[in-house]
Ligand binder design. Sequence first.
Ligand SMILES: Nc1nc2c(c(=O)[nH]1)N[C@H]1C(S)=C(S)[C@@H](COP(=O)(O)O)O[C@H]1N2
Ligand SMILES: [Mo]
Length: 157
Amino acid sequence: MSNVTLRIDGEVERSVDLSFADLQKLPVAVQIPDVSQFHPGRQGAGVTLNSVLALVHPKSTAAYLTLHATADNFAASIPLAAVRDEGIVVYALQGEALPKKNGGPFRFLIRNPAACHTDELDDCANVKFVDRLELTAAKGRDTRPTSDEEHEHLHTH
Ligand SMILES: Nc1nc2c(c(=O)[nH]1)N[C@H]1C(S)=C(S)[C@@H](COP(=O)(O)O)O[C@H]1N2
Ligand SMILES: [Mo]
């Protein structure tokens, strides 16, 4: 089993570092056994964003969720209120850690994202290899492509 963790910090009462085992132990009611129900073509099991936020107790000052992927230096920062009930942290595939080819060990998914760069909650914010969920008062780091050209470049490099 993998011992890598997902950090949740920033404007919170208590930061946490969550492992595969920690996520697996969360109640059945917050588990999403198969994300392909929302995203045909994407695989894995996850937990609701709300269930992991409940562990850190966001402060009233937390207004943005900034998703960091150190692996490829990618980040997206989205309004917390809009994403709260939409976000999923994908962490498993067939009972094992989510493979890198699926964006693992942790991948963020929005249940119903808008097309790339048409909205704050777009497909580009479905951050792969995410290792830190940072709650911030203002909009944080965001490296998402803002034009078709940038988007094309990201997908071909
Ligand atoms: N870490 C990381 N996450 C990322 C990206 C990236 O380049 N790095 N690209 C984003 C973009 S622009 C899109 S459209 C989706 C593509 O997800 P997919 O590979 O599952 O189709 O991942 C998003 N998550
Ligand atoms: Mo995208």
